[in-house]
Ligand binder design. Structure first.
Ligand code: FVH
Length: 301
């Protein structure tokens, strides 16, 4: 019989993130059952009151909410793919906080439902040290009933829980999409650091400038998202041709300054393709049409 006490949570996976999740649950008065492939990692948590399950199946059977946070879905499938686990799953909510793809989330939901359980897919947009903060963002998607049952636990992990709806792949999709934005910014940041270094400007000060402009640029990208969603590319904030000039200027300055110009040259090339396609007098978000047309023509890399 499943414990009706929603104060009982099991955590499977006690790596950097999993052990942090178990720790914050203990700190919030939950009865926490833990399991990890390498048992030794459970010791500090047991000292703090966690119960060590003798198997993954008994960890699943111990609580109505089962948080999984391991390296990848391959590890998840190795841990949960036994008949003992399958017979312990019925009626539980698997809260999958392992990084995965939208398709892995969809497959996980089918797998769980076949065994009478719910699969809520989540993505933690923070590092272990940032957990349990009011602004820590956790994206979740899947059956709303599963979300409602798990919401109090998720709120312990982070105050900014965003339920993205019943399409179970959404959390992983938005995890990947925000990661894409971060890595695009990372490339730009690193190139900017070279500019700072060659101009004898403190890269730490440059980093502070970046931090100060980030909220403003967050608003700008939010607007560009509404442009793409609406399909109306009339110039509203920034005509694409300004970015053509800006990225070419970056590449040119790099070449003249003797620093690596690969990143701005790559960016400039994309904007030049948008000009060639006739978008220069449209809003800069029209750049997405370069991606779409390359996919349609099968030229996507
Ligand atoms: N750490 C972070 O900053 C990020 C923040 C955003 C979310 N990620 C995702 O969280 C998942 C776990 O990440 P992690 O940082 O806890 O990872 P590790 O510290 O490397 O721990 C890995 C755990 O996975 C277990 N494991 C790995 N392979 C297997 C396997 N084949 N069978 C069973 N368990 C496996 C490992 O067990 P052990 O090595 O201790 O025995 C750890 O418990 C991850 O998806 C991040 O993308 C973290």
């Amino acid at each position: 019989m499943i414990g009706n006490n929603m104060n009982e949570v099991s955590v499977i996976g006690l790596g950097a993130m999993g052990s942090t999740l178990a720790q914050v649950l203990l700190g919030n008065g939950y009865r926490v059952t833990v399991w990890n492939r390498t048992t030794a990692k459970a010791e500090p948590l047991v000292r703090d009151g966690a119960v060590l399950a003798q198997s993954a199946a008994s960890a699943v059977g111990a609580s109505p909410i089962v948080v999984v946070c391991v390296l990848d879905y391959k590890a998840t499938n190795e841990i949960l793919g036994t008949k003992e686990v399958a017979s312990a799953l019925a009626g539980r909510v698997l809260v999958q906080l392992t990084t995965g793809s939208p398709q892995e989330a969809r497959d996980g939901e089918v797998w769980a439902r076949e065994r009478g359980a719910d699969h809520l897919d989540g993505a933690i947009l923070a590092a272990p040290s940032q957990m349990a903060r009011p602004d820590t963002m956790i994206l979740v998607s899947g059956a709303e009933s599963a979300f409602r049952r798990s919401e109090p636990v998720l709120k312990v992990f982070g105050g900014n829980v965003k339920y993205l709806g019943e399409q179970v792949g959404s959390a992983s999709a938005m995890d990947l999409a925000t990661l894409s934005y971060v890595y695009g910014g990372m490339l730009g940041f690193i190139h900017g650091a070279r500019i700072a270094e060659t101009e004898g400007f403190g890269v730490d000060q440059y980093g502070s400038l970046v931090a100060e402009i980030s909220p403003t640029f967050g608003e700008f990208f939010q607007h560009e998202g509404t442009v793409i969603q609406s399909g109306n590319y009339e110039v509203s904030e920034s005509p694409l041709k300004i970015s053509v000039e800006a990225t070419e200027r970056l590449a040119q300055a790099a070449r003249e300054g003797g620093i690596n110009s690969e990143i701005p040259t790559f960016a400039s090339g994309f904007f030049k393709r948008a000009v060639a396609a006739g978008y220069e007098n449209e809003e800069v978000a029209a750049l997405i049409k370069v991606l779409r047309s390359s996919e349609e023509s099968g030229k996507a890399a």
